[in-house]
Design a protein around this ligand. Structure first.
Ligand code: XMP
Length: 258
């Protein structure tokens, strides 16, 4: 992802969520938006909004192939969250369809939870990105709850433990909502650049691109602000420019501090 972002001079990941529509129209619209915006992106993210109507080895694979043709990485936002055996099969299907990475939920734990996902990812040379703090308001009820750390017996926020797990499991990324720059900062202090931060929630959910990257987000996941814009290409460029500028300023500050 780092080399893709460098090459494309963008850290924007497009969430291609087009709502409920007829499958053929969804596919046509998806390809049209991708064609219009790809120059301002480093990757594409899909979720079950696309897989359910289009089918994984049908329309979704056509979108993945198009993304690859346009030199974009692809992420499946599956939020994998079941027992290990099921998780392994889910991840393997997504990787076989061509996705470069999947998003998984750490609430299921490692043993008979996410371990099989990391195993299949390693075997197939793909990525696993874990949720650490979600972008929506209710995130505080789960990711923000105080829990007892089994190592220290101290009460700590759930997201802190998830950030430590992302490090320990050698995850390829951690999802932290762009809507909470202070959480990005706090989680970045735990991850120390060893696990990249992916931040959804820019625009419609209230997050600001520049604030998120200045707080430490490496990549921004943007959906409705781009796909529902009158001119998706212009909007993608606008968000990319703000994020890229923020990233450059932040990196300069980091260099001076070092
Ligand atoms: P919008 O339209 O709000 O879309 O820009 C955001 C996209 O990202 C997904 N999303 C998340 N995915 N953790 C995730 O893994 C999150 O905290 C999160 N918040 C939003 C959402 O499904 C949509 O595709």
């Amino acid at each position: 992802m780092e080399s893709s972002a460098k090459k494309k001079k963008s850290n924007i990941i497009l969430a291609l969520d087009l709502g409920v529509d007829r499958p053929q129209r969804l596919l046509t619209r998806s390809l049209r938006i991708l064609n219009a915006t790809h120059e301002h992106l480093c990757a594409l993210k899909l979720n079950r909004q696309a897989v359910l109507p289009l089918g994984l080895f049908n329309g979704v694979q056509k979108i993945i192939n198009k993304a690859k043709e346009l030199d974009l990485l692809t992420i499946m936002d599956a939020k994998i969250n079941d027992v290990g055996n099921t998780n392994r099969a889910i991840a393997e299907y997504y990787y076989k369809a061509g996705f470069d990475a999947v998003i998984a939920s750490p609430f299921v734990g490692w043993n008979e939870g996410l371990q099989p996902v990391f195993e299949v990812a390693q075997k197939m040379n793909r990525g696993v990105i874990v949720l650490v703090y979600m972008s929506h308001k209710g995130a505080v009820e789960g990711y923000g709850q105080l829990v007892q750390d089994s190592n220290t017996d101290q009460l700590v926020p759930q997201y802190r433990i998830f950030a430590e797990r992302a490090l320990k499991w050698n995850a390829d990324g951690a999802v932290v909502g762009a809507t909470y720059p202070e959480k990005i900062r706090e989680i970045q202090a735990v991850l120390k650049g060893k696990v990249a931060i992916y931040s959804p929630g820019v625009g419609v959910q209230g997050g600001d691109a520049e604030s998120a990257v200045r707080a430490g987000a490496d990549y921004l996941i943007v959906g409705r602000s781009i796909v529902e814009a009158e001119d998706p290409e212009r909007k993608a460029k606008q968000i990319r420019d703000a994020a890229w500028q923020g990233l450059k300023t932040q990196r300069q500050k980091d260099r001076v501090r070092k």
